[in-house]
Write a protein that binds this ligand. Structure first.
Ligand code: AHR
Length: 507
């Protein structure tokens, strides 16, 4: 396979929006309990937070974390999660058929986020609740003091306001499975009024309105149009959600999933802008891609969605603890490429989720925490994607895929940091059989040296289905050898192994 990439320092899309390296913590399965929070664990700190998970979260370079759901939030009473823990009610969570102890709530999450060095992105319940609970939560969280709600926060131990800027107006409200599911008109009006009332309390908020829960929803497109018809002037972002999985023998389409992600993003941008144009509005609404990942929804194992509720009402059961392969990691790398390529409009994105639930980090209760294969593309892209996003010209051989037609065999994104004088390239080779020879033509730039070159591919003795385990992180980065500079640093040549994801940094 051959590919040629042209990098021109003057062709950029804008600053890398750091919030695209977001993640998601939902009260679901073992994400919160025995994931981020496990009092009594040998690695727990004074707040009961697992320091092993905190360290991995920081290592991953997560910038912002969405909380507390997800489907969970649509039946959640935020008041249940504040105040003395002994007084907090135990509740049934209908979304995941789970008993919620409420031992972890808003104060705990804000404290955890501070230790993890991430921004808080808080979702409100627009399923069973509405305008009043939303504005009260904003007052509780963000008002300095001197009112009943803000003084209650202070009495509960937080003298300083939480200062939460980023808020989701509900979750997947187009989905019939959602508690309090609404039509686009019902939701659009509610979101508009909730947004208005929340801003009356704190005018500095940034608000995300729910788009569709997937591009295959029957209402996709019409939903965005109707909702924005109501809420355009009140909101700053439209949400997108997408999950992909390999099914049957069609690994080619799975490897090309980012082609669909590109198309999905461009469709939502077009829909948003069409609504704006018809309103003669100059306001630009961006995208919060606040759930994305590989998720094997078709699985029928003990922890799969099809089993939810079958073992009765229990606390933090094992749910969707997908174990990720080399192939999944390569696909996740291409998702990050897709987000970066659209970083002028996708300015927030959250991988779903952070720990245990379809996550880059797995834990055992009382035991270890470890990195899944998909940890690496996220961690390295977050670390190396600095400065401006490059508008690359990519000319790659293609493969034919049953679902998406032709897909480039080599998928790329890149950034240029003018201050540091560095270029970072993120390259996936989607071929499961052939290595790819790549030529990078630098325009207006001369590479003096290769600062780093790393690759994630099939480990020795393994295959494309290889996975990590608590005591065996075999799917990890290795040095990518043979990166050469030619033409006095104006051309870079590299060879990407079959089925691989690489990060290369040049100076
Ligand atoms: O991330 C898992 C679930 O997927 C979320 O709760 C929901 O929003 C989505 O359908």
């Amino acid at each position: 396979t051959r590919a040629r990439i042209v990098v021109d320092r003057d062709f950029t899309l804008g600053e890398v929006p750091r919030r695209i390296f977001g993640s998601f913590v939902e009260h679901m399965g073992r994400c919160v309990y025995t994931g981020v929070f496990e009092p009594g664990h040998p690695a727990a700190d004074e707040d009961g937070f697992r320091t092993d998970v905190l360290e991995l979260t920081r290592e991953m370079g997560v910038s912002v974390v969405r909380y507390p759901g997800g489907n969970f939030v649509s039946g959640y009473r935020w008041e249940d999660g504040v105040g003395p823990v002994a007084d907090r009610p135990r509740r049934l969570d209908g979304a995941w058929h789970t008993v919620e102890s409420n031992a972890f709530g808003l104060h705990e999450f804000v404290a955890w986020a501070k230790k993890a060095d991430v921004e808080v992105m808080e979702a409100i319940n627009l399923g069973t609740r509405g305008v009043e609970a939303a504005r009260e939560l904003v007052e509780y969280a963000n008002h300095p003091g001197g009112t009943a709600l803000s003084d209650r926060r202070i009495a509960n131990g937080a003298k300083d306001p939480f200062g939460i800027k980023l808020w989701c107006l509900g979750n997947e409200m187009d989905g019939p499975w959602q508690i309090g599911h609404k039509t686009a008109d019902e939701y659009g009006r509610l979101a508009q009024e909730a947004a208005k009332a929340m801003r009356y309390v704190d005018s500095s908020l940034e608000l995300v309105v729910c788009g569709s829960s997937g591009s295959l929803m029957p209402t996709f497109g019409a939903w965005e149009q109707t909702v924005l018809g109501h809420a355009y002037d009140e909101v700053d972002y439209v949400s997108m959600h997408a999950y992909y999985e390999e099914s049957g023998t069609d690994h080619a389409s799975f490897l090309a999933s980012a082609v669909d992600m590109d198309h999905f993003i461009e469709s939502v941008v077009a829909t948003i802008d069409a609504v704006g144009a018809a309103r003669k509005s100059r306001k630009k609404i961006n995208i919060s891609f606040d759930e994305w990942n590989v998720w094997y929804q078709g699985r029928d194992d003990a922890d799969s969605p099809s089993q939810v509720g079958k073992s009765g009402w229990v606390e933090h059961p094992r749910l969707i603890e997908d174990v990720y392969t080399v192939t999944d990691a390569v696909v996740v790398g291409t998702f990050l490429n897709s987000l970066l390529r659209h970083g002028d409009r996708v300015t927030i994105a959250n991988q779903a989720q952070l720990v245990n639930i379809i996550a880059p980090i797995l834990t055992e209760p009382g035991g270890a925490a470890w990195r899944q294969s998909i940890f690496w593309p996220f961690a390295r892209t977050s670390a190396l994607a600095q400065g401006e996003i490059l508008r690359l010209h990519v000319d790659s051989e293609v493969m034919d895929t049953p679902r998406y037609g032709d897909a480039a065999l080599v998928d790329v994104s890149g950034t240029y940091d003018a201050d540091a004088g560095t270029v970072a390239l993120f390259l996936a080779n989607r071929s499961v059989e052939e290595a790819a020879d790549v030529e990078v033509d630098l325009r207006g730039l001369i590479a003096g040296q290769v600062l780093s070159a790393e690759v994630l591919t099939v480990p020795e003795g393994g295959d494309r289905h290889s996975v990590n385990a608590a005591d065996d992180e075999r799917v990890r980065l290795q040095p990518l050898g043979g990166v050469s500079l030619e033409g006095e640093g104006s051309v870079v040549r590299l060879r990407l192994p079959a089925l691989s994801w690489s990060a290369v940094q040049l100076e």
